[in-house]
Ligand binder design. Structure first.
Ligand SMILES: [Zn+2]
Length: 262
């Protein structure tokens, strides 16, 4: 018997908190501890992780997958403000970034409306940027937070768990997750390139089975150069990622320079 997720928020843990952010933290944490499951294994729960590091909230008791939950009242925007930039950059470089679960809820309706997961392997230098350092008068003067640019992450790297107030079957979520597991096997720099080229491919808005030319992707050369300013070999990098995507059965090469989206 597979039980669907209960998307209702229990307001009781938030009682007595006047600050909206404190209320949200208590109530959404309570929901996540109650309902969130592991997408990397069969574990029905994730446990809240007692930590004072800022990059991890939950851990799977079975496979040790680490997850940070970012919750927002209302829709998740294109850019999400997040913890310290340097810490995040180091985690990406060491290949230890946790998965991020982006959760949208309605405080009025006391319900979770959407939730998608960006696996840590899709977090690359291209998709984060530093925020303006805190002013000299701030308590943590000079501290630099980060932005996560969700619009730079391909849809492929955003696994939908809940959409429009409905939870997808766990078996489907876990299948989606295992299908992109290959990305995690690449070194950090190449994972970034794979995500970037996949994003470009998605911008072509192709339906399955339709074809595209290498030149269609070369058209993104300038925007890719902005993400990788020190790289002078953008076109070879694009071709290299296409080879990876071909091996994974995501695209098919029809003839030199002509590809098909599978
Ligand atoms: Zn697990």
């Amino acid at each position: 018997m597979v039980f669907p997720l209960d998307l209702s928020l229990d307001p009781r843990p938030g009682e007595g908190y006047r600050s909206a952010s404190q209320w949200a933290r208590r109530v959404t944490e309570n929901w996540a501890a109650r309902e969130l499951y592991c997408w990397g294994c069969q574990s029905p729960h994730l446990s809240a992780h007692a930590t004072n590091t800022s990059v991890e909230d939950y851990r799977c008791p079975s496979c040790s997958r680490r997850v940070q939950v970012k919750a927002k009242n209302g829709p998740i925007g294109k850019t999400v403000a997040n913890s310290g930039y340097e810490v995040k950059l180091q985690a990406i470089r060491k290949n230890v970034a946790p998965d991020y679960a982006f959760m949208s809820y309605s405080r009025t309706d006391l319900a979770v409306e959407s939730l998608f997961v960006v696996p840590g392997s899709f977090l690359s230098q291209s998709v984060i940027s530093p925020r303006t350092p805190l002013s000299a008068t701030a308590r943590r003067a000079g501290w630099v937070g980060s932005n996560i640019h969700l619009d730079r992450i391909p849809a492929f790297g955003k696994i939908v768990v809940i959409a429009d107030g409905a939870a997808r079957p766990k078996v489907q979520v876990r299948k989606d997750f295992s299908q992109i597991g290959f990305v995690g096997s690449f070194p950090q720099e190449q994972r970034g390139w794979l995500g970037d080229v996949l994003s470009c491919l998605e911008k072509l808005d192709l339906t399955s089975g339709s074809s595209f030319h290498l030149g269609d992707l070369y058209a993104f050369e300038d925007s890719l150069r902005r993400l990788h300013p020190t790289n002078n070999n953008i076109q070879p990098k694009i071709r290299q990622q296409l080879q990876v995507l071909e091996r994974q059965g995501i695209v098919r090469r029809l003839r030199p320079g002509l590809f098909q989206k599978v």
